[in-house]
Design a protein around this ligand. Structure first.
Ligand SMILES: *Cc1c(COP(=O)(O)O)cnc(C)c1O
Length: 369
């Protein structure tokens, strides 16, 4: 696998920032639980995105789970959720014994369609709306927040893929009531695994930290008056996060260059459409995605790349088409399904060289000859 080109793999800083924080944790034997890196990572991330508070957790999925709990989602509650996403967005709804209702995307954003969302509100009264900024593209936030305000419903942003993306100059994740980031291995920055929940509601974030450490009441003995979880981030992992945060801008810049290169080289090929762009959106370009229609199919591209030991991937398969989630209601048309059927995520690894990129576009262009 030595010279494999990955879709998006961990990329530690050239400067070794991550190791400095890890070494400090070792030297003070502050390996776990919690510790200085956790506190500082929370502060640094909150400052970076412009949120009042942040809770460092063991994964983005845990952060979504805690966000749902923080807004009071429980037994039998409805939660609106995009259908075009990774299953980690939807799973925590079921952890809370709540009921997801899946909402279609639109072609303009690939994210939750405000029109379909309005329709869903005519049918249901949800406890919360959970949206995603897919592949680092921001959702249509003005319209979505207006609808949530109109129906007085809490808004959670799954920004797992969009750390660093700006919507009208504001960081995604900070626009709704709660925002979620992930530091899983293939995300734009990674801690090996981890997540963060952010909000301006300090009291609720303090409560999340309490739940995430087994809901230990303040008492000398172990006392619990609420259900607890083991969801906190370790001090070692947080050290990696502090280092990675320092190269986030670098990573966004490189991801943008990768996307621009693909756009210039492939954008004019017959049948190819680059993922949507909107003037209010400054994406982090976590993954460069395209749709392709015509005689070259997405699978042709993926197979041609795989033959050369280059990783690419289909677009997320919509949740309402997943065997596990098929029993839940779905509001929309066939937009998400079309994007899934025709989509490809191109290699977007920030460690790719110019030669790698040239090789990739040549392999793809050859399919058109
Ligand atoms: C990665 C991801 C998550 C989950 O994050 P983990 O840290 O892997 O638990 C949630 N939602 C989306 C859209 C993701 O891409």
């Amino acid at each position: 696998m030595a010279n494999r080109v990955y879709l998006s793999s961990p990329h530690m800083s050239d400067e070794g920032y991550e190791m400095q924080y890890i070494r400090e944790a070792f030297d003070t034997n502050w390996i776990a639980p919690l510790g200085k890196n956790v506190n500082e990572f929370e502060k640094e991330l909150a400052l970076r995105v412009g949120a009042r508070e942040a809770a460092a957790l063991s994964s983005g999925t845990a952060a979504i789970h805690m966000a749902l709990k923080a807004v009071g989602v429980g037994d039998g509650d409805i939660v609106f959720c995009p259908t075009l996403t990774f299953s980690a967005t939807a799973n925590p709804i079921v952890y809370q014994n709540a009921i997801p209702v899946f909402i279609d995307s639109d072609y303009e954003t690939w994210n939750m369609s405000p029109t379909a969302l309005e329709k869903a509100f005519e049918k249901y009264t949800p406890k919360a709306v959970l949206i995603v900024h897919l592949y680092g593209l921001s959702a249509d936030m003005d319209k979505i927040t207006a609808i949530c305000r109109k129906y007085n419903t809490m808004l959670i942003e799954d920004a797992a893929e969009s750390l660093g993306t700006l919507y009208k100059g504001r960081q995604t994740g900070t626009i709704g009531d709660y925002g979620v980031f992930s530091f899983n291995g293939n995300k734009i920055i990674t801690t090996s695994g981890g997540g963060m929940l952010i909000s301006d509601n300090e009291e609720r974030i303090a409560k999340v930290r309490f739940w995430a450490t087994q809901s230990r009441d303040p008492a000398r003995h172990y006392q619990h008056s609420e259900l607890g979880y083991n969801y906190r981030m370790s001090n070692i992992v947080a050290g990696i996060g502090r280092g990675q945060l320092q190269v986030l801008d670098q990573r966004v810049r490189k991801k943008t260059e990768i996307y621009e290169f693909y756009r210039q080289e492939l954008g004019a090929l017959e049948g190819i459409k680059m993922m949507p762009s909107n003037d209010w959106d400054e994406p982090n370009y976590w993954l460069s995605c395209i749709t392709v229609k015509g005689k070259v199919r997405p699978l042709d591209i993926m197979e041609a790349l795989e033959k050369e030991n280059i990783e690419s991937r289909p677009i997320w398969k919509p949740m309402h088409l997943q065997p596990f989630f098929a029993k839940y209601d779905y509001i929309g048309e066939d937009v998400s399904e079309n994007i899934f059927q025709n989509g490809v995520c191109l290699p977007s690894d920030t460690k790719m060289t110019d030669e790698d990129l040239k090789r990739i576009v040549k392999i793809i262009k050859d399919l058109w000859r």
